[in-house]
Design a protein around this ligand. Structure first.
Ligand SMILES: *[C@@H]1O[C@H](CO)[C@@H](O)[C@H](O)[C@H]1NC(C)=O
Ligand SMILES: *[C@@H]1O[C@H](CO)[C@@H](O)[C@H](O)[C@H]1NC(C)=O
Ligand SMILES: *[C@@H]1O[C@H](CO)[C@@H](O)[C@H](O)[C@H]1NC(C)=O
Ligand SMILES: *[C@@H]1O[C@H](CO)[C@@H](O)[C@H](O)[C@H]1NC(C)=O
Length: 550
């Protein structure tokens, strides 16, 4: 029996080998992978501008430029790093907006309220921005809008008005595809509602959204007025139409969820090249084996109290020999926000000026840091950061664990996501405590799970970083299919990827009407039975009463 089946297996093996020999005798010719393309004009629009918003978009644009398309950037401020993207043409939308800069990092409102403030400012200059987009689109004969998804309605509105396809870009998935089981500290709740109590889910599902809607009532009103002035046709509540949304994140860091096909997760978008270490940094990193790299957002102005606590913690971790080198990126504005002396936990007093002046051998304090190259170095063991998405991607890509001190916006949610992924711990800016910082640094440096999780994230970030080419492919597909659209029937761009549920509406798409009828039928049925039962008992009792009387 065994012999028989063995013989059978061997003969199959033999046959398949024979088959392979047979097949490879053919002369193979390459599959044709060429696609038809002609140069198009693409407008990248960002209302807030700035490196963190523009860089990933420009990394995708760099691929499109290489493929022969023309890119025009329309963004606030002037993009300082345009030398990174030679040939890029920028038109400015005006000076950069600074709600955050005007206040210090700690006292800032850290949730949707600051966004509402921001929206008000934006509504006030909507008309100006709208005209800029419109004029640029006409002047450069734009074929596709590539819009930063944040506070950038004018970009979408102009594209929709001109019937030009528009691709949205954001790192904040919640903005594009909210789910009932996900939220964000930005909205006053945790990132996941999976393990929250009923009351917490009730609060996050009904009460918080009402509060958010209330806060946005007046900025939204202003925006609608501004739109009416410009004769922009948009329904009151419907967001402007995106042909495709590209999300600069990846599942593993982002909590998993289902997505419609026209929402594509394509991050982390990383550049091909990064600036190398300066000789000074290179010497420092190579002569110390365990580096802690500290950098908060460039636009963040930390208070003296915060800076003192951070510096004290850094000195403590050096004294405890948890690390042997610290690189601290300290902006000029923050350098003055430091007390001249600090008291350590063991009672000794230290002078801060020598440290800031780089006289302490284990400190390197600088204004400019080639961040990726520092994180990329094997001696960099931990990243102490505010949790901005660009920095987070670089840390995950290089497998560096993170201690986050989130200040606001998406940073609080990022900190929670990193913690859930097991690669980070986070601090509370309202409750900063030196002991807490030291203990968390100690834990992150020593814990085996953190090391393994960081390696896992590194692999995932690396394979996913290739998806920027897919992002460029999809933009090209929209451009190409657009040229084949039948304009007379008011075709939608990329309609082949829009699930029917968006056309059917919430009730029909979820068959709620059918369930409604079913519940109705059941209720009628129950009602009739109850009615009959009541009548039956009533007649019985009345019979009894009658018979008693008789
Ligand atoms: C969020 O999660 C943390 C634990 O990670 C928990 O302590 C907290 O109560 C949760 N809820 C809110 C609103 O932060
Ligand atoms: C919720 O709890 C379950 C069971 O303990 C766990 O598997 C899951 O990861 C938790 N979810 C989150 C978002 O922490
Ligand atoms: C940073 O804060 C200090 C006071 O804490 C202030 O003097 C300084 O002007 C601020 N800098 C910026 C750029 O906002
Ligand atoms: C990152 O590290 C690798 C080796 O680990 C090196 O080849 C590469 O040049 C480094 N890149 C940067 C930007 O430092």
């Amino acid at each position: 029996m065994i012999n028989k089946s063995l013989g059978f297996l061997l003969s199959i093996l033999f046959l398949s080998l024979l088959n392979q020999v047979h097949v490879s005798a053919h002369n193979y010719v390459p599959r044709n992978i060429d696609i038809e393309r002609s140069p198009k004009n693409i407008l990248i629009g960002s209302y807030v501008g700035g490196r963190s918003h523009l860089k990933p978009m420009l990394d995708i644009a760099a691929i499109l430029t290489e493929r022969g398309h023309n890119i025009i950037l329309l963004a606030s401020g002037s993009y300082e790093q345009s030398s990174e993207y030679p040939g890029l043409k920028q038109i400015t939308l005006g000076p950069r907006l600074t709600v955050e800069d005007s206040k210090d990092g700690i006292e800032n409102l850290d949730d949707f309220r600051i966004m509402a403030e921001f929206m008000k400012i934006r509504a006030n200059i909507y008309n100006k921005i709208y005209e800029k987009y419109m004029n640029t689109a006409k002047e450069y004969n734009i074929d596709l809008f590539f819009c930063d998804g944040f506070a950038n309605e004018a970009c979408l509105d102009v594209a929709n008005n001109l019937k030009i396809p528009v691709v949205g870009f954001t790192a904040f998935l919640l903005l594009i595809d909210p789910k009932p089981y996900k939220s964000d500290p930005f909205l006053g709740c945790n990132i996941s509602l999976e393990n929250e109590s009923f009351f917490e889910r009730f609060r996050c599902t009904l009460i918080q959204p009402l509060q958010v809607a209330f806060e946005f009532l007046s900025p939204r009103r202003q925006l609608i007025d501004a739109r009416n002035q410009m004769n922009v046709k948009t329904d009151l509540e419907r967001l402007p139409k995106l042909s495709l949304a590209l999300i600069d994140t990846f599942f593993g860091f982002e909590l998993p969820q289902t997505l419609p096909p026209n929402v594509q997760v394509i991050g982390p978008v990383m550049s091909e090249e990064y600036p190398p270490l300066t000789p000074e940094l290179s010497d420092f990193i190579n002569s110390n084996k365990r580096i802690l790299y500290v950098a908060f957002g460039a636009r963040l102005n930390t208070t003296t109290e915060t800076n003192n606590k951070i510096l004290q913690s850094l000195v403590e971790v050096i004294n405890k020999k948890l690390v042997d080198g610290i690189i601290w990126k300290l902006p000029e504005a923050s350098m003055d926000n430091l007390s001249p002396t600090l008291n350590l936990a063991d009672g000794t007093q230290i002078q801060t000026l020598p440290i800031v002046n780089n006289e302490h051998p284990q400190f390197l304090i600088t204004k400019f840091t080639p961040q990726f190259a520092i994180l990329n170095h094997t001696n960099t063991k931990l990243f102490f950061n505010h949790g901005g998405v660009g920095s987070v991607h670089e840390a995950l890509y290089t497998g560096t664990p993170i201690l986050t001190l989130p200040f606001g916006n998406d940073q609080l949610g990022n900190a929670q996501k990193l913690k859930t992924a097991g690669v980070a711990l986070s601090l509370d800016k309202h409750n900063l405590d030196v002991n807490d910082i030291v203990n968390k640094i100690d834990f992150l440096l020593k814990d085996e799970h953190v090391k393994k999780n960081s390696e896992r994230m590194k692999f995932l970030a690396r394979i996913n970083s290739k998806r920027k080419y897919r992002a460029a492919d999809l933009v090209e597909y929209i451009l190409y299919s657009n040229s084949l659209l039948d304009k007379s029937v008011n075709d939608n761009f990329l309609k082949e990827w829009v699930p029917a549920e968006y056309r059917m509406g919430f009730i029909k798409a979820n068959n709620l009407d059918i369930y409604g009828v079913l519940i109705g039928i059941i209720l009628i049925f129950i009602g009739r039975i109850t009615f009959k039962l009541i009548r039956y008992t009533l007649t019985r009792s009345s019979v009894k009463i009658k018979s008693k009387k008789a």
